[in-house]
Structures are given as C-alpha cells and as structure tokens.
Design a protein around this ligand. Structure first.
Ligand SMILES: Nc1nc2c(ncn2[C@@H]2O[C@H](COP(=O)(O)OP(=O)(O)OP(=O)(O)O)[C@@H](O)[C@H]2O)c(=O)[nH]1
Length: 467
C-alpha cells in the first residue's frame, strides 16, 4: 500500500478533495482509484479495471491488465493519509494514434488511402489489421510510396482479440526503432473488430501509454449496408460490432452516400445519433474528408472533452439542429427539459422498432441485442465528493461492461476548477481544468454511451450527489 499513496492521484470519483490552493494538489480518496503514471510524458490519470470485492491495489504487478482497484462500496471511505499528489500536467509529446474502424467494406482502406496520399506533411506509420489476408492491397502500397513511413500488417487474427499482444509489440517496436521518423500512427482494424479492447490497450499497456496517446476513433459507416448490420440480431452476450464501432467513435463518417437516396441517409444518421450523439458526423463518398477531421482530433484528450461535452450540452439546451458541418443533415431536435434545470436525454433504443415489428408478426425466441444508446445529464449545482465517489464507483462496479463511453465536465464542491473526465468502460481519466469563471454557472454535464442505460436511474443517482 505504500506505493499506493505515492502513485495514486485522484479525480472525480477518486475523489479529489482539492486543496484551496494551489490548484495542483488534490487529496486522494478511495475508489475507483486513479493513479498517475510515473512516467515523464504522462498526460492523464488512469484507472485500472474494476474487480468487485478486491479491496487492495497492487501496482507492483508486471502485467498491467492485472491491476485492479478497490471497488467494494463498503471500502469507500475517504483517504486522508497524506496521499496528496501533484496533478500538474506536463507537456504531452507522445505520438498520436488514430484508430480507423467500421464494418466490413465500409471504406476504411479507402479513407486510409486518402489520408496517406493527401498533402498534410505528416509522416504516418500505418498498422493494418486484416483477417487472413497476406498482403496489403495495391492502392495501399501505392500510398506507401507516397509517404507513409511504415506500413505493418497484422493478418493473423483480429486486433481486438487474438493479436492485441502483437499490436503492443508492434507499436513498441515502431517507437523503439523509428521514434522521430513519424508523426502519427494510424491503425486500421478489421471490419469485425470491437474497438473497446483496442482502445483499452492504449491505457492499460505502459509500453504504449508512455509513448503513444490515443488521438481518436474514426468510424466509417456504409450508407447502403449499415442498417442491415445494425439490425443484426446476435445471440445473447454477443456484441453487435457495427453498433459498438459507432458507439466508440469520436468521428463518424457516413460513407458511400452515392449509393443511396437522401431519405435513407437521413434515417441512418438519425439511427447513428441514437447510438452516439457525442461524435462529430460527416457524410461523404470514397472517404473524402478533410484530414483535420480525422487526424489530430484529440478525441481522448481531456482538454478537448470539455468542448465535446459542451457541444452536447448546448444541443440539449437549445434544441438546436445537429449540424456538425455544412453537409450534415441530421435534423434532430432535443427539447427534453425539466423544470429543475436537470436534463436527461435518453435516446431510443436502436432495436426497439425491429423487436416490436418482429413480435407483431410472429413469436420467436431470439433475444434482441438490447441496443446501445446515449444519456446526457446537464444540471447546475455542486457535487458532494463522497456521494459522487460512492455513486459512480458503484455504477462502474456494477455496470462498467455496459458503459462504453463517458465524458463529463463537473462542478465539485470546494473545487475552484472545473473537473473534466472521460472513460471507456472502467478506464477513466480525469483532472481539474480551468477555473470556473466568476459569473459562470457551475453546470455539470455528463454523457454516457452504452447498453441498457436507464436515463431516469442515472439522473436520480447523479442528482442525489448534488449538495
Ligand atoms: N460507391 C462507392 N464505393 C466506395 C466508396 N468508398 C469505398 N468504396 C468501395 O467499397 C469497397 C470497399 O472499400 P474498402 O475501403 O476496401 O473498405 P474496407 O472497410 O477497408 O473493407 P474491409 O477491409 O473488407 O473491411 C471498395 O471497392 C471501395 O472502392 C464510396 O463512397 N462509394
């Protein structure tokens, strides 16, 4: 436990009782314990995975995946034994990495090719993961000549399962041997990849975390075929990859719009929004998007989370049209307010319509995927640290499998700074952000994306943490 007080920083739920001054010092609490990487370039605070009923933390284990934090609610007492740690954020010069995902044939390689041949001056290393393929296709090889520093194939399995270890080795090797020779890593997953374990690799593996930062997840959606894959009924416990890929995205590209009419595109976008309302979305053909849209997006940077969350909040607040750019036609309206300035938007379960449709016509024993949706909570007030600690800790303990993404901006009682956080399942980063303005309303904004989200419960739980 000695190393614990040394390494553990704290954030939102960890829960940071910020000293009045200076802002860079926080007091660690108990769970979920977040620790600060020991390494020079560490930019963020990390959690370790939740394992119920484990009540101690062992940071000495060599396998980072085995790290666990205390999660039993009964142990959630504040820790005040001098475990103050600095939260000052050093400059982050790690190499950014972008994950390009999307269902089979959605246009990932086409986008990659576009990135590699475009004139952006970036030197890009590519990791290409294809099932059972022995070589990169011709267009990609052509792109290599045009400037990619390295293209490495991972073709003996899927990144999200069998070859994750290979990904770690490959990135480590790239960094070891070629550091300084490339500016960005782009990873193209197979069409059947679940992005979650790949994302987690960036946080759970020290080798990667210290040298490479996840910049964002870009998901291609095939305008013509996406509905079919989203409709796919999976056996219980089996994920629908098409849904997951959308749920984890920071940027969504609805591709192949030349193949369908406007009404289909509009309804697809609406459906996508019911899964993930946080991501920016563009429609295009042949992956033609501005490179700024896919590279250097900071989708996993806490600094940028704030603007994402604010955008989300303002959509909700003002019932605005959901235009991410001039070509997007996602005409969603959001008018769900209650009179206490607390807002929860639960999006429609993506499978509801289908399930009802099937049930109307014949009985069957399929179990429909319960679907992925997003819930936003926007409310003014300040959070009681211990209550919030208990609530979110318990929530993640019980539901981290179902909670795919969380992003938030919080007002914590006694903390003069805004608290910004983001999480992927039980991996969680957070830190104090800028000071609240003197006249700025202390508005909390949290977005959850996941399965079986109960908006009312989340709202109730969150509101109960307010002073
Ligand atoms: N009509 C049309 N075809 C496209 C578009 N974008 C890509 N394609 C074609 O769709 C096919 C699949 O594109 P890829 O880029 O290989 O798709 P992918 O997602 O990498 O495919 P997998 O690696 O099999 O998952 C190719 O023949 C592309 O030329 C588009 O916007 N419109």
């Amino acid at each position: 436990m000695a190393s614990m007080s040394m390494d553990i920083a704290t954030t939102f739920i960890g829960l940071a009782k910020l000293q009045t001054t200076p802002r860079s010092r926080v007091r660690a609490s108990v769970f979920p314990l977040l620790w600060r990487s020991k390494f020079r370039n560490s930019h963020s605070l990390r959690t370790i995975s939740i394992q119920p009923r484990i009540v101690s933390i062992d940071l000495s284990k060599s396998n980072p995946f085995s790290r666990r934090f205390t999660a039993a609610a009964a142990t959630a007492t504040p820790q005040t034994d001098g475990s103050d740690v600095s939260t000052k954020i050093p400059p982050d010069d790690r190499v950014p990495a972008t994950i390009i995902t999307g269902f089979l044939g959605s246009g990932k390689t086409t986008l990659l090719n576009h990135i590699l041949t475009a004139d952006h001056g970036k030197r890009i290393a590519v990791i290409e993961n294809e099932y059972g393929e022995v070589d990169i296709d011709g267009s990609l090889v052509a792109a290599k000549a045009a400037g990619a520093e390295d293209i490495v194939m991972l073709n003996n399995g899927c990144l999200c399962c069998t070859v994750r270890g290979d990904l770690v080795r490959m990135i480590a090797e790239l960094v070891d041997k070629k550091k300084g020779k490339f500016d960005h890593i782009v990873i193209e997953t197979t069409g059947l990849a679940n992005p979650a374990p790949i994302i987690q690799t960036f946080y759970a593996e020290d080798q990667i975390f210290n040298e490479v930062k996840l910049d964002g997840v870009v998901t291609l959606v095939d305008a013509k075929h996406a509905d079919f894959h989203l409709d796919d009924v999976k056996a219980k416990g089996v994920v629908n990859e098409a849904v997951e890929q959308i749920a984890y995205a920071d940027r969504i590209i609805v591709n192949k719009t030349d193949l369908v009419g406007e009404p289909n595109i509009a309804s697809l976008i609406q459906r996508i929004r019911s899964i993930n309302r946080m991501a920016h979305l563009k429609r295009t053909q042949f992956g033609k998007v501005d490179l700024d849209y896919v590279l250097g997006i900071g989708g996993f940077d806490l600094e940028r989370i704030e603007s994402a969350v604010n955008t989300e909040g303002s959509k909700e607040d003002h019932g605005s049209h959901d235009h991410d750019h001039e070509h997007e036609h996602d005409h969603e309206h959001h008018h769900l307010h209650d009179h206490k300035h607390v807002m929860v938007q639960r999006n429609l379960n993506v499978f509801t319509t289908n399930a009802e449709h099937h049930d109307d016509h014949h009985s069957h024993d399929h179990i429909h995927d319960p679907g992925v949706s997003s819930v936003s909570i926007v409310c003014e007030g300040s959070l009681d640290l211990e209550k919030a600690n208990m609530w979110l800790g318990t929530l993640l303990l019980e539901r981290s499998d179902d909670i795919y993404r969380m992003k938030g901006l919080l007002s914590v009682e006694g903390m003069n700074e805004r608290f910004v956080f983001q999480g992927v399942h039980d991996i969680f980063q957070g830190s104090p952000d800028r000071l609240w303005g003197p006249d700025e309303p202390r508005t909390n904004k949290i977005v959850f994306i996941g399965k079986n989200l109960n908006a009312q419960e989340l709202e109730k739980g969150f509101k109960a943490c307010l002073l």
